[in-house]
Write a protein that binds this ligand. Sequence first.
Ligand SMILES: Cc1cc2nc3c(=O)[nH]c(=O)nc-3n(C[C@H](O)[C@H](O)[C@H](O)COP(=O)(O)OP(=O)(O)OC[C@H]3O[C@@H](n4cnc5c(N)ncnc54)[C@H](O)[C@@H]3O)c2cc1C
Length: 389
Amino acid sequence: MSELPETTDVLVIGAGPTGLALAATLHARGVGCQVVDAAEEGGNYSRAVGTLPRTLEMLRELKVAERLAEAGNRAERIRIFSGDRDRNIATLRLDRLRTDFPFAVLLPQHVNEAVLLGRLRELGGDVHRPYRVSAVQQSASEVVATVTGTDGERRTVRAAYAVGADGTRSDVRKLIKAGFPGETFAQRFILADLELAEGSTPDEIHLFFSRAGAVIMGRMPGRLHRVCLSVDELPGELTAERVEALLRERGPARRRIRVLDVANESYTKIHHRVAERFRVGRVFLAGDAAHVNSPIIGQGMNLGIQDAITLGDLLARALTGGGPGVLDDYERIRLPIARDAVGVTRRINAAATVRSPVKGAVRDSLMPLTTFPPLNRRMIYRLTRLVDR
Ligand SMILES: Cc1cc2nc3c(=O)[nH]c(=O)nc-3n(C[C@H](O)[C@H](O)[C@H](O)COP(=O)(O)OP(=O)(O)OC[C@H]3O[C@@H](n4cnc5c(N)ncnc54)[C@H](O)[C@@H]3O)c2cc1C
């Protein structure tokens, strides 16, 4: 990779899915940008797995949506189960959505990132690694970022605009002093990629509610299933037997899920937070730097990519004659969407993990109402964010 230039139009800080989608959008619009990332290489552990219809629609122009859809499994239904009932209590139908992408693409996040990076490179961009941004100063006309490489040498990069796409613990968010209000739940999620004795159907996502915790399960291309389990305490070593026991407490009551192997695992705390501001002057926040929520309905990566494409379009317009005023639209459009998505996720997370048998019974008796077509459509449009078109 070439030397990190000292000046650019837009400095993108962070090369997760948000930073990569933003940089690809800017390059596609002919706007100069440089991407720096503090890590020596991209992560390949279990994180997001589902790309939702609205994200696919937005990625179409970048010529990324079709590549993801070809590479991944297409989940057309989300079936919801509860407690010891064998039959699902509700089904959310993605295949009935009015969109060219009536499905969620199930694909590990690192493959998504590889597709986005490949597209960025085709468009003439790349990622400079490892470069950590430790300071951001701005004037009326530019942003000056202090960047440190592995040699320990500090350099400055001057840009018309900078974007913090640097994840949940965002340094940029702290540097621009944007508050990050919200809450952290006591529970955690275990994410594990499992080989199962009996593979489940690739075109469905299953969500199990139980008093012990929630389980979400979807099949990725190949043999592995991604399972996301909520727990009060982290187990020790995550062996196949241990996951089986956790699934027995939370998953289908009468059908034993036999786990042959645990290929990958990771853990995450459950936060629901939205930054107070998505912009301070010439510095913007996008993706997990701006909002974070439970992985229960797979919103995180999707919201980040959507932020990136909206912001990329606005920055390109601002820098190619549209003037800086158009940039006011970013926070105006994306902040309410983030608040709504985080709020919905928070409520679903709480409903999926209720402990009280009475509340659980009320939830289960109300769930079938969601199959009533207008309500089903409303829910699914909100979960897939097609409501934001
Ligand atoms: C265990 C786990 C499971 C998850 N499961 C799901 C799921 O099922 N579905 C879903 O949609 N989402 C899920 N998420 C969330 C999803 O992974 C994130 O929403 C997504 O990665 C956000 O992308 P991002 O690009 O905004 O941030 P990140 O992917 O976090 O990327 C931020 C990048 O910024 C870099 N960086 C940080 N600080 C600096 C700095 N100072 N200077 C330069 N670079 C810096 C980092 O090295 C990193 O590469 C999960 C997250 C975790 C942790």
